[in-house]
Design a binder for this molecule. Sequence first.
Ligand code: FAD
Length: 518
Amino acid sequence: AITRLIFIAGKSQPWSTLVPSKLAAPVDDISDKLHTDPEAIKLASSDYGNMVNESPAAVLYPSSIYDIISLIKSSYNSYVPFGIATRGNGHSTRGQAMVRNGIVVDMSSFRKHRAGKGITFSVSKDPSIGYYADVGGEQLWIDVLLSSVERGLAPVSFTDYLYLTVGGTLSNAGISGQSFRYGPQISNVHEMDVVTGKGDFVTCSPEKNQELFHAVLGGLGQFGIIARARISLEPAPKMVKWIRLLYNDFSAFTKDQERLISINGRKQKNALDYLEGMLLMHQGSINNWRSSFFPLSDHPKIISLMTKHSIIYCLEVAKYYDDNSENDVDKELQDLLQGLSCIPGLYYEKKVSYVDFLNRVRSGELKLQSQGLWDVPHPWLNLFIPKSRILDFDSGVFKDIMLKGNITTGPVLVYPLNRSKWDDRMSASIPDEEVFYTVGFLHSSGFDNWEAFVAQNKKILQFCDNTGIKVKQYLPHYRTQEDWKNHFGSKWRSFQESKQKFDPRMILSPGQRIFIGN
Ligand code: FAD
């Protein structure tokens, strides 16, 4: 291959001013794919959080995985390596997909370039694997879902919102109401192709190059760029019964959630397919961008309950079925929900198509976009909390910090997960109890007041620290390596060793701020 130093064609300034030109390594020519125009830089300098701004030196619009390999190799072989951040769909909130003065790899242009060729389907001879899709790391989950459903198949584990990339969610975990039964998305991957921080293209699985496989899943982009993931599929159902029940007692709410997630066998017919929960604390939380569910005629009743109890807890469950099995699913749901301690008479049910259910957040997004309210700051905080301390969390955080603070805007999610559905060899860090809760404060704020939400988030973390609640952040954001050490706990040593092995020059995902020097 013709190799030469990278310069942006026609520009007087080489993008590689970071790399002393005499020492820069020769690489395949990707200069025409590196963009430095203000539009490209601006897009790569912000994210969904709208609180961090870091400008890269240039943005790579790859048209093949070889472009990405060339970029990484050129940094790896340089005297002074430069940082490389993969931008999946930029839906992080704390600059995790950014890099100051380095190169952002824009996966959306790769997606466009591959147009329809990034997802293929097959069935394994190994019955324990069955149907699967080989999916480019740059692909959006919505496209994985839609093209699978066309073939009568679907992945089993999702996120609430589907306009996220496969590489982006697998770098964290990918959780939603299916996770109590099917595990997070990282538990449903059979194999991956990864380009490491040395520029090596490596195929890995639980049997082959296991260390890389486990490190990358939940690995916050530290060890390589996910080029392809083999995702587990099952026959797709057609319809969904979607139910919400209200509680005024947190203890009863969590007890019922825990009972329902204890029935969690993958093949168990009488298990729910989805379980989540949320707080209703103010009028805006009755219906929000995550979904509009309660009939308007019932709003006054719900508001009067909120006024009386300050917080109402909403249990949300779903069960999938096919056209001809509605009666069966109704009976199964009746049996499952019998004896729950929810507020009598407040039972809400919807019947929707499977795709509409999984894509339920999209209509809320489009509505907010049309009002200019989607691209506002999002000072989110997502936590994993051990089950043994969830009541303390409720009294200290929901009923104290949040009620007193009076600044909640946006959904607050609360639902339990089963640790047994996670693979402890993977990088994702979770509490050390069989059942733990995920709590998501999905705040939206104005451009002038997001710091108040960040301050409240800090107060919540401080409260947990003071009272010994061993929380883990999900989609973590820490400033010091000491905090990262605490976050990974017993996994820190192997996390560090894998970094040394697969990205020894600390090139990848510097926006996570884990390793000093990247
Ligand atoms: P980006 O923000 O672009 O990247 C995230 C990190 O992954 C960065 O460090 C980046 O460098 C790295 N990365 C990206 N692509 C690759 C790749 N191919 N290989 C290696 N590293 C890569 N999460 C849940 O688990 N459940 C939810 O229900 C959920 N709902 C959400 C709803 C909304 C509206 C939003 C904005 C986010 C939600 N998230 C949820 C969080 C989301 O999963 C993460 O923020 C995820 O990282 C976003 O994906 P992305 O493609 O935008 O990644």
